[in-house]
Ligand binder design. Sequence first.
Ligand code: GLA
Length: 415
Amino acid sequence: MRNNSLVAKTLAAVLFALMQCGIVSAQKWDNLSQTPQMGWSTWNKFQGNINEDIIKGIADALVETGLRDAGYTYLNIDDCWHGTRDENGFIQVDAKKFPNGMKALADYVHSKGLKLGIYSDCGTQTCAGMPGSLGHEYQDALQYARWEIDYLKHDWCNTENVNPIGAYSLMSNALRAAGRPIFLSMCEWGDNKPWKWAREIGNSWRIGPDIWCSFDSTKVFPTFVQYSVMDCIHKNDTLRAYARPGHWNDPDMLEVGNGMTVNEDRAHFTMWCMMASPLILGNDLRNMSKETKEILMNKALIAIDQDTLGVQGLHFCTEEGLDFWFKPLAGGDWAFAILNPTKADVTYALNWQRFNLTDEEVSGKSTSFDKVVYDVNNLWTYKKEGKTSTKDKTDRKVTVPSHDVVVYRLVKRDK
Ligand code: GLA
C-alpha cells in the first residue's frame, strides 16, 4: 500500500514537472487552433485610436449581428493599449483609454461569450513605440493570465540582434508557465521563414508584410511594403504544405468592409476561406453595410475555412487569366473556386475532366471527376447548379466578373 502511494506521488511529481516545462500540456495549446482562429482586431480600422468604449461596442456588435454565433469569438486589441511598467516591471494599461483596466474589460468580453486578445512585441518597443516584451516575457505572460487574456499577437519590431526562434520560444514558454491557455499568433512577417520552425511554438504565423485595403496594388514605402489581397494570395500559394490543424499560415487580417468594391471584398473573403486562413475581421462592425455583413456571415464559406480536414487550398492552374483553386474537405467533398484577378469579366467553358487531380503535396485526396459525381452548390448565389459530369465534355459556361470569384461546394454523391 505504502509503496503504491509512493509511486503515485512520484508519478504526480514527474507529471507536474513535465507540465511546468510545457511537455505534457502542449496538447492544451494545440487544441486552441484545430481550425483557423476567427474574430476581430482593432488594427485595420482604428490603428492606435482605441479605447474601452470601442472594444465594448464591438463586443456588443459581435453578439447582435450574429457574428459571434457564426464563429467570430476572439476580440483582439492590437497595438497602443499600453501604459508604462510599474516599479516591479509589470506592464499596465493606458488608464486614459481603459479607465476600468484590462481585467474589467476581459470580464465584460467574457460575459458576452467572447474571448479577449492582446498585443505585444518581441523587441524593446512595439511597432507604434509602446513597451515591448524583451526581457519581461515571463512577467508579461503572468500579467496577461491575471487579466484573463485568451490570445496574444506577438510582433517583431525593434528586434535588432534578437533571434526569432529564441524570442518566440521564450514567449511561448512563458505563456505555458503562466498556465492559462493563450492562443499565440506570431507576427514575424515571414522574414525568417516561420512556417519552417514556428509550428512547435505557437498557433499561427504571419507569412508576409501588413495587408492594406487594395485588391492588387502593392504599397511601396522607402524601407517596407504593404501587401494587396493578391500579394497575400501569391505569397501564401507557396506555403500550403506547412498548414495543418493546430498551426496555420496567416496572410493577415481581413479588409472586407474597409473600402474595396463588393466584388473585391467577396473575392478576398472567399480566398481566405479557400486558404484555411485565420478570419480576423478588420472593419467597424458597429456600422457596416448589408453587403459587408452578408459576406462576413456566409456560413457555407466559413464552413470551408473551418473544415476539420484542415487542408490549405491548392492553386491548381491558371487558364484564360483565371486562377483555379481546390480545397479537399472532410467526408470527400471539395471546395472549388475560380478567381478572376483580371480587369475584365471572363466566361469559361468548364469541363470537369480538366480538373482530375490528386493533391500529392498535402492530403493525398483526388477529385476523380471521371468516376465520382458531385452536386454543384454555388456558395454566393446559394443555388444548386446540378451535378458534375464524368464525360469528357464542356459541362457549363461560367462567367467570373473582374476581381471576383465563383465558388462551389462540390458535394460527393453516395457517400
Ligand atoms: C505591425 C503588424 C501589424 C500591426 C502593427 C501595430 O505592423 O504587422 O499587424 O499589429 O504592427 O503597430
